[in-house]
Design a protein around this ligand. Structure first.
Ligand code: IMP
Length: 185
């Protein structure tokens, strides 16, 4: 089985390839821009994105929309996480969090999969904390400032261990379960 991972982010492709290698599912990177609608729900972004990609005639693919929701910032950057990363970046988030005691945040990942004419949509989450300084060199995006346990950041943990606990890792587990069911029918 082969699925196209439609994203501009090679870091995500690497995570999907690692996570599905043992299932014999080949993940192929495809760069195909699609609109990310402005809405407060990741699931809606994914549903609309899938419809647009299908309208272009593409089948058997996965897309993923993720966001980091910081409680003290009322959920910001959330669905605007890509914009937040491009504009204020990790330093900007750390600045906004200066002097803030409540460091709690949640990462969410919604994956949409088109396979054999079916649609599978799953969402995984990972609770954690915004650190007081950026640390680590692995991963991408907010990894250097997000920590699942308040001790090590995702950028210090590394991709393999990150996959066992991350929002995308948890969404991937749900997708694996769903794909096994598709395979058995
Ligand atoms: P999107 O899902 O590509 O729209 O991601 C939104 C933003 O969140 C991007 O700036 C990503 O870099 C960031 N992001 C998504 N997943 C992760 C992750 O696993 N770690 C750190 N940042 C992430």
């Amino acid at each position: 089985m082969k699925l196209k991972v439609i994203t501009s982010n090679p870091g995500k492709v690497a995570e999907f390839q690692k996570a599905f290698a043992d299932m014999g599912i080949e993940m192929e990177h495809l760069r195909l821009p699609y609109d990310e609608v402005q809405t407060s729900e990741l699931e809606e972004v994914v549903e609309k994105g899938m419809a647009e990609i299908r309208a272009k005639g593409v089948r058997d693919f996965i897309i993923d929309d993720s966001g980091m929701f910081v409680n003290a910032l009322k959920g910001f950057p959330g669905v605007y996480s890509a914009y937040g990363q491009k504009t204020i970046g990790n330093d900007g988030i750390l600045k906004l969090m200066e002097g803030v005691e409540d460091r709690s945040a949640v990462f969410k990942c919604c994956i949409g999969c088109d396979i054999d004419g079916r649609t599978i949509i799953v969402t995984g989450t990972c609770d954690g904390y915004i650190m007081r300084e950026a640390r680590g060199s692995e991963g991408f995006g907010y990894d250097p400032i997000f920590s699942p346990d308040g001790k090590r950041t995702f950028a210090e943990i590394g991709i393999e261990e990150k996959n066992t606990m991350s929002h995308r890792g948890n969404a991937i587990k749900l997708l694996r379960d769903a794909l096994v069911k598709v395979d058995n029918h």
